[in-house]
Design a binder for this molecule. Structure first.
Ligand code: NAD
Length: 489
């Protein structure tokens, strides 16, 4: 059987993440049989809840998956609640006893997954107590699953890491970046390493530039308080965008295995040029949204946001990767809130042919249109490739055609959700789609230099109207290189 045996201890079991993502994902795994008879879940948080009340909350959280009566009854019978203040040593003893009891009731063989769905400031103390109160087991596995944000800069990340590393080995730590659980992010490797027509062109000789856009149409919503302390650079670039860059830029792994991929990703991240102040100013731009077509509030007026906030809701940058493969090829990145549409896309823009032999015959183009490979991550998933053909008719006009493939909605509806995939990976002990400490550390170093330069600026942050694709400076960034953002529906 493919059933995995484990006890899930969810710290922050009454929180938003637990309700919106973890319980539904556990239910999906239950439905597929990945967890079945031999599992139990302990939810812990400060509130005093009974098991019954907890089970009602879990029931509500999985309603949209339409469980049958029987399924529901089976599933929630595995859920237990323990109120718990993470700073109280005595309460860890109670938690440990409950864990041991459930381990024997459900024959869990000592397998434990500690999921910290709580603010990172608690990670250190929870880890310490897990060890001192012997909630980790000596047989079976003990794994720690943690959420972003992992620190607020390199120094705080290192501090946080040393606290958890005092208890867990690197191979027991699963740092979630839910982007890495997305189908099309995982597909980047399939496209690259499964197709010689791409991999043999995947370098500075044939690629002109790479563009990564993570566009959101919404504003900060209820997250204003958190977001205003963070901003787009730390919230999106440090983790998701640099992970995508690493997957696109890395050397082919010798085998598609956790260790080989990780090694190559780390090498790629280390090759990204770290800019000095002047270079940051030339290569990174930021912006903050104001009222526009799609919203009538300025960012500064959002709930939880400081009225004088200089926090960026948009960032664009040009990364250079200093190695043989990528010398001279810019990786342009951008992300922002309240942009004209929601969409995550990667565009690989290929170089033109050495000369344009149609320069006299083609009356419609001065230069040949670019060959572009686009990987669509969300909301639609798939890829397209733009090729040049001849326009039907007299003369010799070049007509770019787009070969387009998108996964069908049905296909997507049946595919596992990112958190479900990642939870299953944790159960299997496969950390391919999680971030290693060395990746986190290198990403912070890149981002910290940008932040430090910006923190010294005295001029007001540029703005952009809601419903646009960011401030002017983001377009200028490419124009001064004689390029432009590729962005078509
Ligand atoms: P939340 O505020 O909804 O939940 C926090 C949980 O921690 C609650 O269950 C609360 O009772 C518990 N808690 C707080 N202080 C405690 C204490 N002293 N002792 C015991 N329990 C305590 O937060 P959330 O949105 O679920 O986020 C949890 C973590 O996941 C955060 O680090 C967040 O940044 C991260 N995260 C959340 C999401 C999301 O979609 N919600 C997405 C990505 C990352």
């Amino acid at each position: 059987s493919h059933e995995k045996k484990a006890l899930f201890i969810i710290f922050g079991g009454t929180g938003d993440l637990a309700k919106r993502k973890l319980y539904p994902s556990l239910f999906r795994l239950f439905r597929k049989g990945s967890i079945n008879k031999h599992f139990a879940v302990i939810g812990t948080a400060r509130r005093e809840w009974s098991d019954d009340y907890f089970r009602e909350v879990v029931t509500d959280s999985i309603q949209s998956l339409k469980p049958s009566q029987q399924e529901l009854a089976d599933f929630i019978s595995h859920f237990y609640y323990q109120s718990h203040n993470v700073n109280d040593t005595e309460e860890y003893k109670i938690l440990g006893n409950l864990a041991n009891e459930l381990d024997s009731t459900y024959e869990l063989e000592g397998n434990r997954l500690f999921y910290l769905a709580m603010a990172p400031r608690f990670f250190g103390t929870i880890s310490k107590h897990i060890k001192s109160e012997k909630i980790m087991t000596e047989h079976g596995f003990s794994r720690l699953v943690i959420e972003k944000p992992f620190g607020t800069d390199f120094e705080t990340a290192q501090q946080l890491n040393s606290e958890i590393a005092a208890v867990f080995n690197e191979d027991q730590i699963f740092r979630i970046d839910h982007y890495l659980g997305k189908e099309m992010i995982q597909n980047i490797s399939a496209v690259r390493f499964g197709n010689n027509i791409f991999e043999s062109l995947w370098n500075h000789r044939y690629i002109d530039n790479v563009q990564i856009t993570l566009a959101e149409d919404l504003g900060v919503e209820e997250r204003g308080g958190y977001y205003d302390q963070s901003g787009a650079l730390k919230d999106m670039v440090q983790n998701h965008i640099l992970q995508v860059v690493a997957l696109l830029a890395m050397e082919p792994p010798t085998l598609f295995s956790e260790e080989a991929i990780r090694t190559e990703k780390i090498t790629a991240l280390k090759a990204i040029r770290v800019y000095n102040d002047q270079e940051v100013k030339e290569n990174f731009v930021r912006g903050q949204y104001v009222a526009g077509k799609t919203a009538d509030t300025n960012y500064k007026e959002e709930p939880g946001v400081d009225e004088n906030s200089q926090t960026e809701t948009f960032v664009a940058g040009k990364l250079m990767i200093d190695n043989f493969r990528w010398a001279g090829v810019p990786f342009y990145i951008r992300t922002g809130k309240r942009l004209s549409e929601k969409g995550t896309r990667i565009n690989i823009v290929f170089k033109s042919t050495p000369i344009n032999v149609f320069r006299e015959a083609d009356t419609s183009h001065k230069d040949l249109p670019d060959n572009i490979l686009t990987i669509y991550i969300q909301p639609t998933e798939g890829f397209s490739l733009t090729l040049n053909g001849k326009e039907v008719g007299d003369g010799f006009n070049i007509d770019p055609v787009k070969l387009n493939y998108r996964h069908s909605q049905e296909n997507l509806d049946n595919s596992p959700e990112a958190y479900e995939k990642l939870l299953l990976d944790c159960l299997k002990g496969d950390a391919t789609n999680f971030t290693h400490w060395d990746e986190v550390a290198n990403s912070w170093k890149i981002v910290d230099t940008v932040r430090e330069t910006w923190d010294k600026e005295t001029t007001d942050i540029p703005t952009y109207p809601a419903g646009s694709m960011g401030p002017h400076c983001a377009f200028d960034l490419l124009e001064k290189d004689n390029r432009q953002w590729v962005w078509e529906p």
